[in-house]
Design a protein around this ligand. Structure first.
Ligand SMILES: Cc1ncc(COP(=O)(O)O)c(C=O)c1O
Length: 369
């Protein structure tokens, strides 16, 4: 079986995690936390790193940190994981969905302004499957309408936009370190930002808004802390960060060479304004031209020992949102719907071998017309 994605733990992960146990520093203080925040924010070319428990809590902390709350609206891509919309809901705000553009599968910047109202306070731009969204245009729209910009960079560790690393391109960037991410801590997350105030607020809210005197609180915070053991794994991952990014990109190159000319199959966007990190190698299947549809192909691949995953399910089609007062699910989202209908991703672990990629591509091609 070739799993759809496994972590690549090829360095000092075990050694550093063992050090936490040997020294009793297993909770949310310890030398690895500081080191990981420093190294990861440096990698993103951002001033601050605020570690937290996962990518969803990073998004919630970032929104809370910029002051999003009840009555506000937050623009999110319709084609995304539910963590974006949910994090807006956690703050009391309402998510507003925008369709994707076909070229990059990212939020369609031409369709953002028509969704802005007097209540809109922020845009979350997600770098879908590792391909950066058009941040200059998004920042320009945000400036014009006095909005904050949060990058959801959970899938884009190491990807670049016009030569700059994702994460530090808006007001705050949010990362996940879940086991399938390019850099992992098992579970984990981080906010990176160049804004001193956002960093300070996120740090405060991450830890129950503790201030002095201790146990006297002036606002509602959360326990969204990362542990020193997670950070220890993160530090070990950072020692190989450039290599891990390169491995994903080289795998994508091999996949592209095999699949680019297959009729009815669309390979991932080749990122018009930067470099994708190809977190997942996603493809689209045109049922008519390829000869079989996505669901049938995924079923046949698993029978042949190749695990895959379907693309996201659009936000406007989510039963939980269709039944939620105040959330508008009635717009038109043709690109998002097409991506859901035709898209799935192939095995994408960094440590895939060229032979495995060849085998996956040969098997996939044999299922076409
Ligand atoms: C784009 C995006 N945002 C947010 C998340 C949520 O991250 P986590 O699972 O660490 O909460 C994910 C997780 O896969 C993701 O892909």
């Amino acid at each position: 079986m070739i799993p759809v994605c496994e972590p690549t733990l090829i360095g000092n992960e075990k050694k550093y995690a063992d050090q936490c146990i040997e020294t009793n520093w297993i909770s949310s203080s310890g030398k690895f936390l500081e080191e990981f925040e420093k190294r990861f924010s440096g990698f993103c070319e951002a001033k601050h790193g605020v570690s937290c428990s996962n990518g969803t809590t990073a998004l919630h902390l970032a929104l809370a940190g910029i002051g999003i709350g009840k009555g506000d609206e937050v623009i999110v891509p319709d084609f995304s994981i539910i963590a974006l919309a949910n994090s807006a809901i956690y703050t009391g705000a309402t998510p507003v969905f925008v369709d994707s553009e076909p070229r990059t599968w990212n939020i369609d910047t031409e369709k953002i302004e028509e969704k802005i109202t007097g209540r809109t306070k922020a845009i979350i731009a997600m770098h879908t499957y590792g391909c950066p969204a058009d941040m200059d245009r998004i920042n320009e729209i945000a400036r014009k309408h006095n909005l904050k910009v949060i990058e959801d960079a959970a899938e884009s560790h190491g990807a670049t936009y016009k030569g700059r690393r994702t994460g530090g391109l808006g007001d705050a960037g949010c990362f996940s370190f879940y086991a399938n991410k390019v850099i992992t801590t098992g579970e984990g997350g981080m906010i990176v930002t160049n804004d001193d105030k956002i960093a300070e607020k996120a740090r405060l809210l991450r830890n129950h808004a503790f201030i002095q005197p201790r146990f006297v609180h002036h606002e509602v915070g959360f326990n969204y802390r990362m542990t020193n053991i997670q950070a220890a794994i993160g530090v070990a991952q950072m020692e190989n960060a450039e290599k891990l990014v390169k491995m994903r990109q080289e795998n994508a190159k091999r996949y592209n060479e095999e699949l680019e000319d297959v009729d009815g199959l669309t390979t991932p966007p080749s990122c018009p304004y930067g470099t994708s990190v190809y977190w997942m190698y996603g493809i689209l299947i045109d049922k008519e031209r390829f000869g079989r549809g996505k669901d049938e192909i995924m079923r046949m691949l698993i029978e042949k020992g190749i695990e895959t995953r379907p693309f996201f399910y659009p936000m406007h089609m989510q039963p939980v949102f269709r039944n939620m007062p105040g959330i508008d699910c009635n717009g038109k989202y043709p690109v998002s719907e097409q991506l859901q209908e035709e898209g799935f991703y192939l095995p994408s672990s960094s440590h895939l071998t060229p032979e495995q990629i060849k085998n996956i591509c040969d098997t996939l091609k044999s299922l076409g017309k």
